[in-house]
Design a protein around this ligand. Structure first.
Ligand code: S3P
Length: 434
């Protein structure tokens, strides 16, 4: 049975919250330790639906993953074996694309598939370089859409490759091919998240990063323990809720502040947001801190193409913030948003228009006039976790209640979202009916 979110607006959010472990780092803690030598203890990992897709696929390939009594997760690498079943990546593009890179150097047959949304997402961005370097790949739509089957090669030649888009998933897959093959030079990843590079450095890989380009040499990596910090992309929903609902002031503890993830903070500060970072420290190779946020009168701004990779997942939320900012806000160079779990430019525009806003959609972004009034509405989540939660945040500042259908998808990254909003004082509940 599909669930819906019900939101009553206007209650200020106050108090403090701790976010679940970062999704991108959780995936990588599993995937990189699974190809390393030894055993790793992972603290703070959050097994959202997406991360569970990675865990199950790795277990099918032979990795031993189990829970310790203290709640940490143990990952024990073993050589991979040909999977007896197709690997189900669920809704997770990160699982699918990084696994393609790992399996490219495994000389056996494997098939990867996913849910309805994942089966519509473009995979040619990886299957075409894979083919170019000698991997046998086949799949739907000429290998661009899942299901995709491949037979990897043990001796991946050295390669130099310029990515047509700044994707951290593609970059990671290519890095792992170079690491486990004969090295690689990967260009075009500027400003995309660099968790893989940081983790590989700690694991002893020979890697050189300059201006977003990565040079990697064949290396044996050793397993490392990790303490996964809170997810900035999940924190962003609470940050916007506090910024747009008058009288709110909240503190979010232990959030990942990697600069390749926090581009949204820079944009919000430019808009006049009252945001303070406290208690900055380093944990497992990642910058971490606490974030204090107060309701703010926001000013409009423009997001430029160069900024987009470091805030790609937060752009639907930028649309929500822009509705309440003085002036006209614009986003340019964000066409990649159309290839996420839903077409996020279309989904957020349709949703906010249904709530009474006016938005001008463009192929690579949108324009939004600020100081708008939102009405509650009955809207769809587009089966996309980030659209469901961005809509719920907008609903907190609407004039009347909102219902968001098919909201189970928030389990992909942040199932605690309604509970945390409620704990901070928001009026929200998850109802288990159609
Ligand atoms: C991710 C990279 C980004 C991001 C996604 C997670 C990652 O996707 O949107 O949510 O963990 O590497 P792209 O690589 O497609 O930009």
């Amino acid at each position: 049975m599909s669930k819906k979110l019900y939101i009553e607006p206007q209650n200020p959010l106050t108090g403090e919250a701790t976010l679940p472990g970062d999704k991108s780092i959780s995936h990588r803690a599993l995937l990189l330790n699974a190809i390393a030598t030894g055993s790793a203890t992972i603290k703070g990992i959050f097994l959202s639906k997406d991360v569970r897709s990675t865990m199950t696929a790795l277990q099918t390939l032979g990795t031993k993953i189990f829970f310790n009594q203290d709640g940490t997760l143990q990952v024990e690498a073993d050589s991979f074996r040909e999977p007896k079943y197709p690997l189900d990546c669920g809704n997770s593009g990160t699982t699918f694309r990084i696994l393609l890179g790992i399996l490219a150097t495994e000389p056996f047959h494997s098939t990867l598939f996913g849910d309805q949304s994942l089966c519509e997402r473009p995979m040619g961005r990886l299957t075409s370089p894979l083919r170019k370097f000698g991997v046998q790949v086949d799949g739907r739509d000429g290998g661009n859409k899942p299901p995709i089957s491949l037979r990897g090669i043990e001796q991946m030649p050295f390669f130099s490759y310029e990515m047509p888009m700044a994707s951290a998933q593609v970059k990671t897959a290519l890095m792992l091919m170079g690491l486990r093959g004969n090295g690689a030079h990967i260009l075009g990843g500027k400003n995309s998240r660099d968790h893989t590079e940081r983790m590989l450095q700690r694991m002893g890989a020979k890697i050189d990063v300059s201006g977003g380009d990565v040079r990697i040499w064949p290396s044996n990596i050793r397993a490392i323990d990790m303490d996964v910090p809170g997810d900035f992309s999940s924190a962003a929903f609470l940050i916007i809720a506090a910024l747009i609902v008058p009288e709110s002031h909240i503190q979010l503890r232990n959030v990942n502040l990697n600069p390749t993830r926090t581009g949204f903070l820079n944009v919000l500060l430019r808009m006049g947001a009252h945001i303070e970072i406290e208690n900055e420290r380093n944990n497992s190779g990642e910058p971490v801190g606490d974030i204090r946020v107060r309701y703010s009168e926001l000013k409009a701004t423009e997001v430029t193409p160069k900024e987009v990779p470091a805030l790609i997942d937060e752009i639907p939320l930028f649309a929500v913030a822009a509705l309440f900012a003085e002036g006209e806000s614009k986003v340019f160079g964000a066409k990649e948003l159309r290839y996420k779990e839903s077409d996020r430019i279309r989904a957020i525009s349709h949703t906010l228009i249904a709530m009474g806003a006016s938005i001008v959609e463009r192929e690579d972004g949108f324009s939004i006039r600020g100081a708008q009034t939102l009405m509650g509405a009955k809207v769809s989540s587009f089966h996309d976790h980030r659209i469901a939660m961005a809509t719920a945040v907008a609903a907190l500042r609407a004039r009347s209640p909102t219902e968001i259908f098919d909201s189970d998808c928030i389990g992909i990254s942040f199932p605690q979202f309604p509970w945390l909003v409620k704990k901070l004082g928001g009026e929200i509940c998850h109802i288990g009916a159609k």
